[in-house]
Write a protein that binds this ligand. Structure first.
Ligand SMILES: Cc1cc2nc3c(=O)[nH]c(=O)nc-3n(C[C@H](O)[C@H](O)[C@H](O)COP(=O)(O)OP(=O)(O)OC[C@H]3O[C@@H](n4cnc5c(N)ncnc54)[C@H](O)[C@@H]3O)c2cc1C
Length: 490
């Protein structure tokens, strides 16, 4: 179907003010933060979507999806626009971006049953502010909290800074409503637990807009005890010593809300006031007073037992102050992109992976060695390091961070800089049995490894796509590799 015909027919489904076609907004919708440098320099190579549409309820979402399904129109679901992996990037000529902006209602806050129901376009910060008034918290705190919205948070399997205590979004979602390409609306009810077959929430959580559009989410609430918060920090010998301590804390059964280890390079950019050129280990403890006290005591004992890796303690108020300034507002995001127009560097690019305790230090060392010896533009790298920020009973994540000066055309930046770096990180992770993607989603630029990531279980992932999106209209190129898309990698 031609773009003009698509727009004509859309007007039979939605009101005029629900269909956005202004050039600037379509340009903004053509890509996300993955290609933010080329986007800022106005050198994007992705086509503009036909329109951004803003349905106001699940029935309107269903009508739009049925129309797109019948006419082979690509759909990109969108919420807070903080995607970092190309999930919002457009790879098709005729595409509708279905935006959650009008699904912005907090449906219910239930402080007795400790759950809240929100529509997909409710910003996490908005809900958090509301539940804080009741002495509660969502427990979810990604750095994008002031901007990200529930549809995207669930669709990407996001995780927050306090995950070691509260878990990732998958541990918080109790129920949800979503709409499939054929227009079917499914509501998964919120219950305490059930054994009614496989957990179908997990078909939706993490689908990155490739199977369905999420319209509503019910999540857990937790009691909030900010007055009991405690912070522990130490300069440490190296990443391996820090990972060993993280493991002992987790294996012993302690649940700090934050447990992190930073490499020297990453510590230098985060903790300029006190890093002294060393790696850093930090913990945050929260919850009822007795649990916090016991956790502080337990962690301090583990630190004493690992003195050979510890250099010196850090004043806890410095760690607390750092946490208070960690999140990114919309203004900060816009300022960063605005500044990119006038300079030629990329700061804070990340690739986040995970692995079990045994392999994480090895993956870290292998990646560092390969980048230092193999990456042709190594002299352009101004910072290379990483941190572990989310730990589990059997392992942890590694968040590789790199900054570089760009000495090429903006449109070539990904091919020359980011892709070779990302390739090394993913290859070393998969080689040692880790996951190439801890929390940002696969997006469109790690899809070349989706089959390797899942191995024989790709059968299940493929089956979901064939069942729920048989015509392949949902977010073309995301998660699932597609033929003839190589030019987007160039
Ligand atoms: C400064 C910054 C800090 C960040 N920190 C973190 C962090 O700490 N932890 C973390 O996990 N992530 C982080 N991210 C990544 C990002 O914020 C998360 O992936 C977030 O969950 C995306 O939510 P969003 O509402 O912005 O989604 P969007 O960017 O709008 O979309 C993200 C993906 O979800 C799909 N999607 C969106 N809405 C829907 C819907 N209603 N139905 C179906 N699919 C949908 C989109 O198609 C896309 O693939 C950060 C990003 C930035 C810019």
């Amino acid at each position: 179907m031609k773009k003009c015909e698509t727009l004509d027919q859309l007007r039979n489904i939605l009101k005029a003010d629900q269909i956005i076609t202004e050039h600037d907004k379509l340009y903004d919708a053509a890509a996300d933060r993955y290609k933010k440098y080329a986007k800022a320099k106005e050198q994007l190579n992705s086509p503009l979507p036909t329109a951004i549409v803003q349905p106001a309820n699940a029935s309107e979402v269903a009508e739009v999806l049925k129309f797109c399904n019948a006419n082979d129109i690509n759909v990109i679901p969108r919420s807070g626009k903080t995607a970092t992996e190309g999930g919002l990037e457009n790879w098709k000529e005729n595409t509708l971006v279905i935006d959650s902006a009008r699904l912005n209602r907090i449906v219910k806050i239930d402080s007795y049953n400790m759950e809240a129901t929100v529509q997909a376009g409710v910003c996490l910060q908005t809900l958090e502010d509301e539940v804080r008034k009741l002495g509660l918290t969502t427990g979810h705190s990604p750095q994008s909290k002031p901007v990200a919205q529930y549809g995207g948070l669930v669709a990407t399997r996001s995780i927050g800074q306090f995950s070691t205590l509260y878990g990732g979004i998958e541990d918080m979602v109790l129920g949800l409503e979503c709409v499939f390409p054929n227009g079917h609306i499914s509501k998964i009810k919120s219950v305490a637990r059930r054994a009614g077959g496989p957990d179908i929430r997990h078909v939706v959580i993490g689908n990155e807009g490739t199977l369905c559009f999420i319209t509503e989410v019910t999540i857990k609430l937790f009691k909030f005890y900010p007055e009991n918060n405690r912070f522990i920090g130490h300069l440490i010998k190296d990443v391996t010593s820090g990972i060993k301590i993280l493991r002992e804390v987790m294996v012993a059964g302690y649940r700090p809300s934050v447990a992190r280890v930073y490499s020297e390079e990453d510590a230098a950019q985060h903790f300029s006031a006190f890093h002294e050129g060393k790696c850093i280990l930090i913990f945050m403890l929260e919850g009822p007073q007795g649990i916090v006290n016991a956790t502080v005591e337990g962690i301090n004992q583990i630190i004493r037992d690992n003195q050979s890796g510890i250099l010196k303690p850090v004043e806890s108020s410095l760690i607390e102050n750092w946490f208070n300034h960690l999140n990114w507002s919309q203004e900060r995001i816009e300022q960063e992109v605005g500044e990119m127009v006038n300079h030629s560097r990329h700061d804070g690019f990340t690739t986040e992976i995970s692995g079990n305790w045994e392999v994480i230090p090895q993956i870290y060392d292998n990646v560092m060695n390969r980048i230092r010896t193999e990456f042709e533009r190594f002299s352009d790298i101004t910072m290379l390091g990483g941190h572990s920020s989310h730990s589990y009973i059997n392992g942890t994540n590694m968040y590789f961070v790199y900054n570089y000066n760009i000495h090429c055309e903006p449109k070539d930046e990904m091919r020359i800089y980011h892709h070779p770096l990302q390739k090394i990180i993913v290859e070393e992770t998969l080689k040692l049995g880790g996951s190439m993607c801890h929390h940002h989603g696969i997006g469109k630029y790690r899809n070349q490894w989706t089959k390797e990531e899942h191995g024989s279980a790709y059968y299940i992932l493929e089956g979901l796509k064939e069942t729920f999106d048989p015509k392949g209209i949902m977010n073309f190129g995301c998660i699932y590799p597609q033929p003839n898309t190589e030019h987007f990698f160039e």
